[in-house]
Design a protein around this ligand. Structure first.
Ligand code: NAD
Ligand code: TYD
Length: 352
């Protein structure tokens, strides 16, 4: 089977590409990625010479390029992860999110349909999405697959739009589609704009830890390799036309997570207890900041037997170890344009 994975040079995509290349030598895996600031071929260096791995550089929103890639390689399955993925960037530059997340998804769906329409048998378009499409929860309750969509940031609304497009191509044209909506991921190779790697990097460099608002927002954290395992399972065993929620049953208030991270970092860096916590700095809140996300992952557990393999404490510890052992990776991705983003995003926030 020839499988196109989009966004395979990014955080989650790189874990999925590695898993698929290693576990399925009989598949040909094509990683198509534009290599934006978030895409980095270093993330998948260990598989680049494997005979069943191929890299294609390009933009999913470029219709003619996607058409020619399909004709050239004859993909039979698509696992679509390429996206603009960071909420804060979506507040600064929303139109880039509409172009990649919505136009890019529509282009892929349309070209898959053009290529597969005479025989949908054995074909699959699997779309990887987020729990943020469901909006924000109060103190109680969980997102289930039937929760009505209520996205509230340019990021989450562009992802919600992409989910609707996928369902429309499934419903209208009979394209075989699957969707999963996952909670917040953490782990190796995550770009240090997201909470956990950003704070690890700042602790290493003794820089302030910018906590938005009062730090009381809640996220449900899942180790990235458990997400990749869930995608693999859904791709192979999930039912066509279905949606699966993926989550860790692992809710943390930001400030509690940050304190745990600080404690683990002090130990690992052999710094005096409490020294990382002194870096905590409360800054102006994110505009439209969603209060709480929490996934009910009962369906994927019951139907496909998936559940997370590590506790949060274990996953976080492994994650910190990886960043400490790969400081060169962190230094490389935080040089150059990262500095300009950091200034724009954080310097203005320092004095709320
Ligand atoms: P990421 O930002 O780390 O990686 C995105 C990748 O997509 C990068 O390699 C980038 O170069 C590529 N890309 C961006 N625009 C492109 C374009 N126009 N054409 C081709 N490639 C392009 O993102 P991530 O955190 O790995 O997320 C991957 C997917 O999973 C996204 O669809 C995201 O919405 C979803 N998701 C992420 C999380 C999370 O916590 N990170 C949780 C749930 C769902
Ligand atoms: P993030 O990793 O950006 O994921 P998302 O917004 O998609 O959930 O942020 C996780 C939480 O951490 C979110 O409530 C915002 C908060 N946060 C901070 O307090 N400071 C920061 O510098 C960042 C990046 C996030």
């Amino acid at each position: 089977m020839k499988i196109l994975i989009t966004g395979g040079a990014g955080f989650i995509g790189s874990h999925l590409v590695r898993r698929m290349v290693d576990n399925y030598p009989e598949y040909q895996i094509y990683n198509l990625d534009k290599l934006t600031y978030a895409g980095n071929l270093e993330n998948i260096k260990d598989v680049e010479n494997k005979p069943n791995y191929h890299f294609i550089k390009g933009d999913i929103a470029d219709l003619e390029f996607i058409r020619s890639s399909f004709s050239q390689y004859g993909f039979e399955g698509v696992i679509h992860l390429a996206a603009e993925s960071h909420v804060d960037r979506s507040i600064l530059d929303p139109l880039a999110f509409v172009t990649t997340n919505m136009v890019g998804t529509a282009v892929l769906l349309q070209v898959a349909k053009e290529n597969w329409k005479d025989d949908f048998d054995g074909k699959l378009f699997y779309h990887v999405s987020t729990d943020e499409v469901y909006g924000s929860l109060g103190d109680e309750g969980f997102f289930v697959e039937e929760t009505p969509y209520d996205p509230r940031s340019p990021y989450s609304s562009s992802k919600a739009g992409s989910d609707h497009l996928v369902r429309a191509w499934g419903h209208t044209y009979g394209l075989p589609v699957k969707i999963s909506n996952c909670s917040n991921n953490y782990g190796a190779y995550q770009f240090p704009e997201k909470l956990i790697p950003l704070f690890i990097n700042n602790i290493v460099n003794r820089k302030p830890l910018p906590v938005y608002g009062r730090g009381v927002n809640v996220r449900d954290w899942l180790w990235v390799e458990d997400h990749a395992a869930a995608i693999d399972l859904i791709f192979h065993k999930g039912t066509i036309g279905e949606t699966y929620n993926i989550g860790g049953h692992n809710e943390w208030k930001n400030i509690d997570l940050i304190k745990l991270l600080c404690q683990q970092m002090d130990k690992k860096l052999q710094r005096p207890e409490g020294s990382s916590e002194q870096l905590i700095t409360y800054v102006k809140d994110r505009a439209g900041h969603d209060m709480r996300y929490a996934i009910d992952a009962g369906k994927i557990k019951k139907e496909l037997g998936w559940s997370p393999s590590v506790t949060f404490e274990q996953g976080l510890s492994k994650t910190i170890d990886w960043y400490l052992e790969n400081r060169q990776w962190l230094d490389n991705v935080t040089s150059g344009v990262y500095q300009a983003y950091y200034k724009e995003q954080y310097i203005k926030r320092q004095n709320p």
